[in-house]
Design a protein around this ligand. Structure first.
Ligand code: ADP
Ligand code: MG
Length: 697
């Protein structure tokens, strides 16, 4: 048996009890899992500090000196032990809240120790709570070298598994290896990248022999991680392209022509034209198209989708468009109906609130092919919905949909339809390559002419008066406004209360205007009625949650006030802001927060006021929050779990990994070359459970 697959409980220092904690807390089951649990930082233990050098901002400090006295304070559970420690340049207090008896008996006064820990400042004095203490003359003490630190959970700490324990386990695991760990990359890859062998990388990631070897180890492991993701994506799409034949849309027929000539309300932007060309080439090629259409809010994606659906129709196919909310689906439906008014195209709407009878007749008309274009919500993917010949599928605001839902649309036909996935959430390039690496990407990077960039400001809650005056002036000019409140599931009750309070306050503040409101918990009919009032300008102010975030289009609304803006993510703020600035008037977005804000939050507000560019904002978001939190990854249903690589910091490694993977797949798409056997095996191990890319599009 491969020693790497050894059950973790047999590793020295683990045992069955700790093994079960490692299983549940860190998903570590085998010796290899353990070795692949990487440290999150290193501390240079070769450096000794003097007590007088200690500053409040130090993450850790290592001292050499003596304990002069012990003192106990407090009683019972509040008891703490303090040891006065000095190296001749000053004093620090070492403090324990637990294991007091043990500490007192273990360490002696006036004996020399090495003390290691994080200093905290109390007035002019420092103390170190629960320090690591080592005898200068024990074999354990390694005076030089980088020491690894590991993340641990509360539960692990309660079972006495801390970073140091993990470090000991790593030592035990490496000690068990009688032979070198077999390579996990093919020799040509290791050689091309001049990387160190896996064995050395794993040794040095846990016990770096030098800073240079640590860097080499990190590079090797990061590369490997990113490389396999890319290899998996590329192999999958090579495979799919070889297998799947797509419908061929060759004709440009009457529907598109008459739309273009008579109904197109404005000149297309160059970006819109280019994207339509790209998609037409793709859908005429015989391949099945899988394309991501990125375009900032207001860039006119809907129109592009509509024209492509007409091309599908000209070629004898039905198409459908799935939107994430009922409001949005209804709005698309209304726009399509209006735009296609006197054309012979049958458009239908299917949502959760479509009545049973209407639904049944709709099902029948879909099967018979009577309906040309179907617009709807999740209701579209129910098993009862079947088409006569579905050729083209559009998914709007895709980050709202999970992988499984997309896969379902894909299987509605024997032959999969062309898929266009539209998003206004700009995905930074590194992330797109990792999460949507097998989709082709089109970008609308141009807004329709005449748009004035939204002016964004940041105001404090305490100064609402001036804000309201401004709002009043804008509405008097004939404009409309949104006031948005956060709604976070965990605090839903409070949030809804805030919204209600805000609604009432707004009505009281503006008796001369009509106010409507909208949140996800309202009945569909109510929502529609409130939306209708706002669209018709029967209400001038809409108080709402983020339900209006996606897609809602009311060009006359030119002011957006976002309450508690600090509670929103940057990408979400940008999405929200996209609801204004859709008409010819100057639009404003005002972020309202309390005065007290953390530095990061203040930075986030500043990014919003300084930039209108979705890509800039998404990059900044990725930097501030990390990809795990980025909208679009969490909800995409893809287990996104990089162990060592970082999509921001390691982008250049990612690009290299992509290139190397591309070369390999180009030469050997099925990885049949003997040299690539290790890649194939590793892929099926990783791909089997972790990245099920096959289902994504
Ligand atoms: P998004 O890309 O955010 O979905 P929409 O498709 O909702 O944007 O378009 C935003 C607005 O811009 C709509 O009112 C639409 O009619 C308008 N629009 C789209 N394309 C053009 C264009 N080429 N010129 C002028 N206005 C356009
Ligand atoms: Mg849209």
């Amino acid at each position: 048996m491969n020693i790497l697959q050894t059950d973790i409980q047999f590793v020295p220092g683990v045992g069955p009890k700790r093994a079960s904690i490692l299983n549940t807390e860190l998903e570590i089951f085998t010796l290899e899992d353990l070795l692949r649990y990487y440290p999150y930082r290193y501390v240079d233990r070769s450096r000794l500090y003097y007590v007088h050098e200690i500053e409040g901002t130090m993450p850790y400090v290592q001292l050499k000196g003596r304990i002069t006295a012990f003192e106990t304070f407090g009683e019972g559970r509040k008891q703490r032990l303090v040891a006065h420690f000095t190296d001749g340049t000053g004093f620090v207090d070492l403090v324990w809240f637990q294991g007091i008896r043990f500490v007192e008996s273990k360490y002696k006064r006036n004996k020399e120790y090495i003390v290691f820990g994080k200093p905290s400042q109390f007035g002019s004095k420092y103390n170190i709570a629960h320090p690591d203490i080592e005898d200068c003359d024990t074999p354990d003490y390694r005076p030089e070298g980088l020491m690894a630190f590991y993340n641990t959970s509360e539960k692990m700490k309660r079972s006495y598994i801390n970073s140091k324990t993990l470090n000991k386990m790593m030592e035990g695991a490496l000690g068990m290896l009688k032979e070198r760990i077999p390579e996990s990359l093919s020799p040509n890859v290791v050689e091309t990248m001049s990387m160190i062998p896996l064995h050395d990388a794993l040794e040095n990631i846990h016990f770096p022999k030098s800073p240079i070897l640590l860097r080499d180890a990190e590079f090797r492991l990061k590369f490997e991680e990113l490389f396999y993701i890319q290899l998996n994506i590329l192999r999958y799409s090579a495979n799919r392209n070889a297998k799947l034949k797509g419908f061929v849309f060759t004709k440009v027929g009457d529907h598109l022509h008459s739309f273009y000539k008579k109904h197109l309300p404005f000149e297309l932007t160059n970006a819109q034209k280019r994207v339509i060309r790209e998609i037409r080439t793709d859908t005429a090629s015989g391949k099945q198209m899988n394309r991501l259409l990125q375009g900032d809010v207001g860039s006119g994606k809907t129109l592009v989708a509509l024209m492509l659906m007409l091309i599908a129709l000209d070629n004898g196919f039905q198409s459908c468009m799935m939107a994430p909310t009922e409001i949005l689906a209804t709005q698309h439906y209304d726009t399509f109906k209006e735009t296609l008014a006197d054309m012979n195209v049958k458009v239908a709407l299917l949502t959760g609130s479509t009545r049973k009878k209407a639904r049944e007749s709709l099902h029948a008309q879909l099967l018979s092919g009577e309906i040309d274009i179907l617009i709807g919500t999740h209701a579209l993917i129910e098993d009862t919905v079947n088409f006569n010949n579905l050729g083209f599928v559009v998914i709007d605001e895709q980050h709202r949909f999970g992988v499984v839902q997309r896969a379902k649309l894909w299987t509605k036909n024997e032959r999969p339809p062309h898929m266009l996935v539209m998003t206004a959430t700009p995905i930074p390039r590194t992330l797109a390559m990792t999460v949507y690496g097998d989709l082709d990407v089109s970008v609308i990077d141009e807004l329709p002419p005449g748009r004035k960039p939204v002016q964004t400001g940041h105001r404090y809650e305490e100064k609402r008066g001036a804000l309201y005056q401004f709002l009043r002036n804008e509405i008097r000019k004939g404009r409309q406004a949104y006031i948005v409140f956060p709604l976070i599931e965990e605090s839903e009750k409070i949030d809804l209360q805030n919204l209600e309070d805000g609604y009432i306050r707004t009505m009281e503040m503006f008796p001369e205007f009509k106010v409507c409101k909208m949140h996800g918990r309202m009945k569909p009919a109510e929502k529609q009625e409130e939306m209708r009032k706002f669209v018709a300008n029967e209400a001038q102010i809409m108080v709402s949650t983020t339900v209006i975030e996606v897609g809602v289009n009311v060009p006359n609304a030119s002011v957006m006030i976002i309450e508690s803006a600090h509670r929103f993510g940057l990408s979400q703020l940008h999405q929200l802001r996209g609801r204004v600035g859709r008409g010819a008037d100057q639009s404003y977005c005002i972020l309202v927060t309390p005065y007290e804000l953390s530095t990061v939050t203040r930075k986030r507000m500043a990014i919003m006021t300084e930039s209108n560019d979705g890509f800039v904002i998404a990059e900044a978001d990725l930097k501030l929050r990390g990809p795990g939190d980025l909208e679009g990854t969490q909800q995409s249903g893809i287990p996104f779990n990089l162990k060592i690589a970082d999509l921001v910091r390691d982008s250049s490694i990612l690009y290299r990994a992509r290139e190397v993977a591309e070369e390999i797949i180009e030469q050997d798409p099925a990885l049949e070359h003997p040299q690539h056997e290790v890649l194939r095996k590793q892929l099926s191990r990783l791909g089997g459970n972790r990245y099920d890319w096959g289902r994504i599009s």
